[in-house]
Design a protein around this ligand. Structure first.
Ligand SMILES: N[C@@H](CCC(=O)N[C@@H](CS)C(=O)NCC(=O)O)C(=O)O
Length: 216
């Protein structure tokens, strides 16, 4: 049995979507970031820093979304170029670039949502992380301009890596500035596996459409 340890609106959406694309059956346990369950001894045994995703599979546990995605594609022999095949390097670059971008998204999420009291939130950090996010979004926009997927060869697990990112991105940057990114996301949501993953997760990530940086 495959078992995904998951939190709504988190990087574990990458794995949820890929499991659906691969047609694998799985159990799902959902965590709340605020109740301490990610730091329980049971979960720390799965993920040493107490994060999601973690995946139990074939008698072992894998942490780190990029590693999970790579292991799953290699296990199934699908949705990723193999070593020596065309676009293998591009696949690995974009797989890992998703984390370069995700760290900006995470920092913005922490600043806009998690830090309490609100007066402790840092407007300079919000501005800096937004600028850093723009650099990554422009890179992704360039990559997706004139391409249907991250790779020229078609849909791959690299696209799944950006599922979490692009869902979050539009809350921090104007969607209209990134037409290729959001056209890609429309195409991805039309994939039955992506739609199933979104439905299984349920609901929007945040309680508003956009996070404005407050006036100083
Ligand atoms: N590089 C890791 C990052 C994992 C990560 O930071 N996950 C976040 C959710 S997006 C998390 O579990 N946060 C909970 C916490 O830090 O307490 C990956 O890609 O799996």
């Amino acid at each position: 049995m495959i078992h995904l340890h998951h939190a709504r609106g988190s990087r574990s959406f990458r794995v949820l979507w890929l499991l659906e694309e691969l047609g694998l059956s799985y159990a799902l346990t959902e965590y709340d970031f605020t109740d301490g369950s990610l730091r329980s001894p049971e979960h720390l045994a799965r993920s040493p820093a107490g994060k999601v995703p973690a995946l139990e599979i074939d008698g072992g546990t894998i942490f780190e979304s990029g590693a999970i995605v790579q292991v799953l594609t290699e296990r199934e022999g699908r949705l990723a170029p193999k070593p020596g095949e065309a676009e293998r390097t591009a696949f690995l670059e974009w797989l890992h670039f998703a984390e370069t971008q995700a760290i900006c998204l995470q920092n913005l999420n922490i600043q806009h949502n998690f830090i309490r009291p609100e007066a402790a939130r840092s407007i300079p950090t919000m501005k800096l992380e937004t600028k850093r996010l723009v650099v990554t979004a422009r890179a992704l926009e360039r990559r997706l301009t004139g391409r249907d997927h991250l790779l020229d060869g078609g849909f791959s697990a690299a696209d799944c890596m950006f599922g979490f990112n692009v869902r979050s991105l539009g809350y921090f940057l104007p969607r209209g500035d990134y037409p290729a990114i959001f056209a890609w996301w429309e195409r991805m949501q039309a994939r039955p596996a992506c739609a199933r993953a979104l439905e299984r997760e349920g609901g929007e990530m945040f309680d508003r459409d956009f996070f404005e940086i407050p006036d100083a």
